[in-house]
Ligand binder design. Structure first.
Ligand code: ISJ
Length: 111
């Protein structure tokens, strides 16, 4: 199971006083995001292993399902959907490209 390593939080957005404070927290959060995205990426390898054929790697219905769920989660979390939607659409696009690569590597390039 993945565990996330995190530097100590020093400030909240309310207590930060300097740009050094702000950037320390942004850099800390970015390292966490990298760990979380690496775990998400690992499930692309799992999907490439499980999917029965290459035509299933790109799933338009599932893409819309993922984006809708992310937008719903934004409401509760206070994340702007204007940030989230394009970020997730690009993330999914790159994850699918990764999954195609994983699928082809696993099956020796056979299509
Ligand atoms: C992981 C999957 O494969 C692809 C990757 C997706 C994602 O990154 O969320 C969504 C749809 C699929 O085209 C899946 O089908 O769920």
């Amino acid at each position: 199971m993945t565990t996330y390593t995190s530097d100590q939080r020093r400030h909240t957005s309310e207590t930060a006083e300097t740009m050094a404070d702000v950037r320390y927290e942004i850099d800390r959060i970015d390292r966490l995001l990298v760990e979380i995205l690496a775990e998400r990426q690992s499930f692309m390898d799992a999907a490439a292993r499980i999917k029965p054929d290459r035509s299933k790697v790109y799933d338009a219905d599932r893409i819309e399902d993922v984006v809708a769920k992310v937008k719903a989660a934004c409401q509760g979390a206070g994340l702007s959907p204007a940030i989230a939607e394009p970020v997730w659409r690009k993330l999914i696009e790159r994850c699918i490209a990764y999954e195609f690569g994983s699928y082809d590597t696993r099956r020796g390039g056979d299509v």
